[in-house]
Design a protein around this ligand. Sequence first.
Ligand SMILES: Cc1ncc(COP(=O)(O)O)c(C=O)c1O
Length: 396
Amino acid sequence: MPSISNKGRNMPESPIRKLVPFAEAAVKKGKKIYQLNIGQPDIETPKAALDAVKNNNIDVLSYSHSAGFESYRIKLAKYYRKNDIPVDAEDIIITTGGSEALLFAMGSITDPGDEVIIPEPFYANYNGFATASGVQIVPIKGSIEDNFSLPEISEFEKLITDKTKAILLCNPGNPTGYLYTREEIQQLADLAIKHDLFIVADEVYREFAYDGVKHHSIMSIPGLEQNAIMVDSVSKRYSMCGARIGCLVSKNKEVMTAAMKFAQARLSPPTFAQIAAEAALDTPDEYFEEVNKEYTERRNLLIEGLERIPGVKVAKPKGAFYCIAELPVENADKFAQWLLEDFEFNKETVMVAPAAGFYSTPNTGMNQVRIAYVLKKENLERAIEILKIALEEYNK
Ligand SMILES: Cc1ncc(COP(=O)(O)O)c(C=O)c1O
């Protein structure tokens, strides 16, 4: 039989989705599952976005420009400028989700064997994108005790080699919920300039910053124009995960020229979804105020609830809608599977994402899980109660 590639063999499973077969079996047995494993918000998509698709009179569903509709990019640049991100339409390539923007970024700036430094734990699919691109992730470990704040810059500097091409940041962080301060971003920018590195900033959770703390974009740092690449998405901002629209943003013309060749190779981003994403830009500020209020309440409820469970340690998130929790178990992978296969409380259980897959350092985060607070408060409350009962039973 012909053999598959090493790359195919080494591609990691998604820790967020790998337990799905066990969840499907549990549902078939009649169990109700509270899904804390996946960042699929239950918030309604803005009506304007859905109406724009429903009410258009397209006769031919054609390709668009490889960089995306110009009208969309012009409007998007306006939205960025409002958020202190001084870019124009020509600095933006619309992609099929932020996922494709991450692939384009890695493809445009790295060669096989190159290294990218990433604070860990990090968004699990960075492991997959790095494998697909032949890139070596060099992790720098944050700690749950100090909420996964940025490690000392001197620690970053120690990891820089002649193969290092970039630092990849997720701000606000998935899975940590960490929100970088202006000073931290500036320190990283100085380091990138000193060593001639790119900074790729995944800012798909930009709008989700709590407690009155402001989000600082990598694109707003003066002097970093040639080093900064931003990845963005409508998936979370407008609760439009299924639209599959994101973008890659940079003032660096060479990066954009390279990325554009990747964009041309896949022809264009989805047409209907661009119509929806363009219309979503008219979403009033009050939408975000309400959504943020809801997420802040959910976060508080979750963190307080988790802190009440004996043996659970949790980092307090300042943004996005996830947290990493350390559980009183040896192997969170086994525990997460047990929750679906063997446990139920009144025919209900919870699904969490084992956190080891959010690290690239082997055997790290083994007793941690990522929890997404994307459920309504009453469901979240119930899910925490079930988790507490499950931990008691598991450790009996
Ligand atoms: C940090 C981060 N970046 C990128 C993505 C990719 O999002 P999408 O491809 O839906 O835009 C996600 C999705 O969960 C994410 O959490």
